[in-house]
Ligand binder design. Structure first.
Ligand SMILES: Cc1ncc(COP(=O)(O)O)c(C=O)c1O
Length: 400
């Protein structure tokens, strides 16, 4: 072989390897596609000060490789936070720090999935989780929802049907607080019913609670984890939504046996100790205040988006007012193809994701998810107005 010929790996790839479909992020002028926080609200000064304080105190520990389950003091803080905020009974030993909650999700999926296993999700579900479920061979099946959460009769019927077909349902994954992409929170009765029904079928619940802190209004509902005493609930959370995704820090809480298995899929040792030290110091002193400021800003952004939706799509589309989180779910009349419009809208300045991207069955082309957290209020208002102009220009605006 001539020396200039590129080396070929084609015959060497593992059967389980795949080409990554993750493309670099693209940003439209009005960027409502991905849920970034507002760069103006990042607590950069506080993080720098916290890092300095922590490094002066513990910086010499960076000479060691971190513990695989992550910085002990931050795990303790997480355990205290979850006990205080989510009524969970746990200790630092029940917590593993992860590279964002995305890694926690991937670890649990790998620990529980054989190809062909089934996992259940809400009717529309966070793309990153669905991608991981499929990556490891799961069949992803959705359960019908209303704005209280899973419709219990459909959950029971789905479990009955799948188990009747001899399929193994490994877990029910849920985002019960300010669901991504639908925006609602699961009511307490539905949380209890979810536990009762899944218990009948011996299926665990995987509770992804990364939006819980972003509440603007309404009553809090206790975690699903707190309603169970048997270890049936696996729980994950994240610092991405309350600090910044760039920190890449999240956490997993699971019963010992599952945690040990999940840890075996953690690559590269414990989480970045440098980031963990800064976050540990920061959250202890400033997190509450920061989350309050962030939520105040989010209300204004949400309301600006709502105003533009009302002015441009009132009587045409439907949406619910999210009481927290980052997402507005907008449903156009059946037949409005917002999937076909997506690339055109992006090229003309407005980025969004259409419903079919979040649906395990590819439904929801007439729906879109708009993230209101990153742009400022005026940009939210102008961008939604611009979307209406684009739809009119291309003749896809439904009649009011
Ligand atoms: C529901 C849900 N879970 C998990 C994640 C992953 O976030 P991270 O890995 O940054 O913690 C996201 C990100 O948007 C999300 O929406």
């Amino acid at each position: 072989m001539p020396a200039s010929q590129p080396f070929s790996y084609d015959k060497l790839f593992a059967k389980n390897s795949q080409v990554s479909t993750r493309a670099p992020s693209r940003h439209a002028k009005y960027d409502f596609a991905v849920a970034y926080p507002d760069p103006d609200n990042l607590p950069l000064e506080g993080l720098v000060e916290s890092l300095q304080t922590a490094l002066e105190r513990e910086g010499r520990d960076l000479a060691y490789y971190p513990e695989v389950n992550g910085l002990a003091s931050l795990r303790e803080w997480v355990a205290e936070k979850l006990a205080r905020d989510r009524n969970m009974k746990l200790t630092a030993d029940d917590v593993v720090l992860t590279a964002g909650s995305g890694e926690a999700i991937s670890m649990v999926i790998q620990a529980l999935t054989d190809p062909g296993d089934v996992c259940l999700t809400e009717e529309y579900v966070y793309l990153g989780t669905m991608r991981q479920m499929r990556r490891f061979g799961s069949e992803v099946v959705s359960v019908k929802c209303d704005d209280q959460g899973f419709i219990s009769s459909d959950l029971r019927a789905t479990l009955k049907k799948l188990t009747g077909q001899g399929k193994k349902v490994k877990y029910v994954y849920t985002i019960p607080s300010f669901q991504n992409p639908l925006g609602w929170s699961m009511s307490l009765p539905r949380r209890k019913e979810l536990l009762t029904i899944t218990k009948e079928y011996g299926v665990p619940v995987f509770e992804d609670d990364c939006y819980w802190d972003l509440r603007f209004e309404g009553e809090d509902v206790t975690s699903i984890h707190s309603l169970d005493e048997t270890g049936q609930v696996v729980y994950c959370g994240s610092f991405s939504k309350i600090l910044a995704p760039g920190m890449r820090l999240g956490y997993l809480v699971a019963p010992k046996g599952l945690l040990e298995r999940a840890l075996s899929f953690k690559a590269g040792g414990g989480v970045n100790q440098f980031a963990a030290l800064a976050v540990d110091e920061y959250v202890r002193h400033h997190l509450h205040e920061h989350v309050d400021v962030q939520n105040e800003a989010l209300i204004v952004k949400r309301d600006a988006m709502l105003a533009a939706l009302g002015e441009n799509f009132g009587g045409i589309a439907k949406w619910r007012v999210p009481k927290g989180g980052l997402y507005m779910w907008v449903t156009f009349p059946e037949g409005t193809d917002m999937a076909a419009m997506q690339e055109t809208a992006f090229n003309e300045g407005v980025g969004y994701y259409n419903g079919s991207q979040f649906s395990p069955e590819g439904r929801g082309k007439n729906c879109i998810r708009l993230c209101f957290g990153h742009p400022d209020a005026k940009t939210n208002y102008d961008g939604v107005t611009e979307l209406a102009r684009i739809m009119e220009r291309h003749g896809v605006m439904p009649a009011g």
